[in-house]
Design a binder for this molecule. Structure first.
Ligand code: XUL
Length: 528
């Protein structure tokens, strides 16, 4: 009787770079409890800075035991926050993309036989062969080139796997480990992504990779949804497919929760574990993007997410198998985001956005034809070295511009880039289109107005929860559980509020500028 009156809840985790976060939502998707563990501050014994360890040649790793210990801690914090684990129907998670976890021989056995009397970290202390290379690692350029060559070139690799070879992608990382640390490689039983590793801790077995996060490896044929054999072979190990296991759709129940959690925390034995996925894939679910909507996370770098009906073969950016109902998704990471905006704000107006907005107000939309490209740091979309380009209305290079024109050229240039590259991925403006913005800079209304005009579509800000990936993890748990059990949930729509609408003349002003932006790109030296 009691059970029926209890609210069903769903648990989501986000194993991100700097912290582990957890959230509990109810059947209306309203947040009930949250907890998090900051790696550097709360687990200083691992000596990480920003959650990672850096080597001398671009290597960036994280100890997987840090993540395990953080999970022990976050579970205890959830108890303190008052979570009733017996009400959790399903759980899922998100994790930083591309990182790989190298399970030692015997690890699967250990996962299946955990004692609920002890912490996870004390039982899994020797379960990992090496520290995990993570997405910030850039030490695999040679492996990238080799992988591209093995499948017939960069464009062919992009056509098959959705991306050219990128240093942080897992395929090049695996190839490097096989090439440089054969003994460690040979001691490896299974290879997980951070997402499937985290899922394994709950499932009590090495959990399958999901197709969406699996698309961030340069190894998956995103059309056939199977491993690309040439790419696997290029990593050097004939048995790699066995080490990775077969990938599953992101909306899969991979099993019920391991007995460890039933005994230790009081979960019910049939609590479902839904495949974990990458943080960007999870954010697509958390923002609940529909066809024709654009998710835009304005952070250190700007990330653009789109649901796609069919996969493009992008020269920059990534196409992933879709984690939600859209068959595919586009992921574009623009390296020059908030840090670049701030650096030029400081240069042009000092340390206040108010003063920068005054500069913007002193100019008109379209900036009298002045346009700019500002790459303070090497850009990823498109791949280019650091540079600055300014042109006038006739496309002629300009050496120096008054501060107010530069201020607008910077922001309009960024928004034009986001739209042009979204279009290259297959984005088309529809009647119901909108941009849904999140992240630190989504409080900047002047910036959002420029995005509204350049995209000629309203901009909304998701204000119900700052972290779309974390919320997406709990929402995916709820939605997959609902599909699996046939019990429908109320699942309220996220509260998003419109913050900027395009002016009626937006398309007239910005459509020609979009063409001019594409012309400017032609003059930027291609980088490989
Ligand atoms: C995406 C990427 C990052 C990580 C950060 O390709 O590398 O966004 O997922 O967590």
């Amino acid at each position: 009787m009691l059970d029926e009156t209890r609210k069903k809840t769903f648990l989501g985790f986000d194993f991100s770079t700097q912290r582990l976060k957890a959230v509990v939502i109810d059947e209306d998707y309203v947040v009930q409890q949250e907890a998090d563990v900051d790696f550097d501050v709360e687990l200083p014994e691992f000596r990480t800075a920003g959650g990672v360890l850096r080597g001398e040649h671009g290597e960036v790793t994280a100890p997987p035991l840090l993540w395990v210990k953080a999970l022990d801690m976050v579970m205890d914090k959830l108890i303190v926050a008052g979570v009733e684990f017996a009400n959790v129907e399903a759980l899922s998670g998100a994790a930083q993309q591309h990182g790989s976890v190298w399970w030692a021989k015997g690890a699967e056995d250990r996962l299946a036989n955990l004692s609920s009397e002890q912490f996870l970290h004390s039982q899994l202390a020797s379960a990992f062969v090496v520290d995990s290379p993570v997405w910030m690692d850039c030490s695999t350029s040679a492996d990238c080139r080799a992988l591209e060559e093995a499948v017939g070139g960069a464009e062919e690799l992009a056509r098959i796997t959705g991306s050219r070879a990128y240093e942080r992608f897992t395929g090049p990382q695996i190839r490097k480990l096989h090439r440089t640390r054969l003994r460690a490689y040979s001691a490896t039983e299974r290879i997980s992504l951070v997402s499937s590793f985290a899922c394994s801790l709950f499932a009590g077995k090495v959990a399958p990779l999901d197709l969406s996060d699996g698309s961030g490896m340069n190894l998956l044929d995103i059309h056939h949804k199977t491993w690309c054999e040439e790419a696997l072979k290029a990593c050097g190990d004939e048995t790699l497919a066995d080490k990775l296991g077969a990938p599953v759709p992101s909306a899969s129940v991979v099993g019920t929760i391991s007995d460890y959690y039933v005994q230790r925390y009081g979960f019910k034995p049939d609590c479902k574990v839904v495949a974990f996925t990458g943080d960007n894939c999870s954010a697509l679910a958390g923002l609940r993007l529909r066809a024709g909507w654009v998710g835009l996370s304005l952070g250190t770098s700007d990330t653009l997410l789109l649901g796609l009906q069919s996969p493009a073969a992008p020269s920059a950016g990534h196409v992933l198998v879709g984690p939600t109902s859209a068959p595919y998704m586009a992921l574009l990471c623009f390296a020059n985001g908030s840090l670049t905006r701030q650096a030029h704000r400081d240069r042009l107006a000092g340390p206040s956005w108010g003063a920068f907005d005054d500069l913007l107000r002193a100019t008109v939309r379209g900036n009298m034809g002045y346009m700019g490209i500002y790459y303070d740091t090497a850009e990823i979309v498109p791949r280019a070295k650091p540079l600055r380009r300014l042109v006038d209305a006739n496309g002629r290079p300009v050496e120096k511009l008054a501060s107010q024109f530069e201020a607008r050229a910077l922001l309009e240039g960024q928004a034009l880039a986001r739209r042009a590259h979204a279009e290259d991925m297959g984005f088309t403006l529809e009647a119901g289109s909108r941009v849904v913005a999140t992240g630190g800079a989504s409080v900047n209304t002047a910036l959002l107005q420029i995005f509204a005009d350049v995209f000629n579509t309203p901009v909304y800000v998701q204000d119900s929860h700052a972290n779309a990936a974390l919320l997406g993890a709990a929402v995916r748990a709820a939605e997959v559980w609902s599909e699996h059990t046939g019990i429908s949930l109320n699942g309220s729509e996220p509260t998003v509020s419109p913050v900027a609408k395009p002016y009626p003349d937006a398309e007239r002003i910005y459509a020609p500028m979009l063409r001019r932006y594409r012309d400017m790109l032609k003059d930027i030296p291609a980088l490989h």
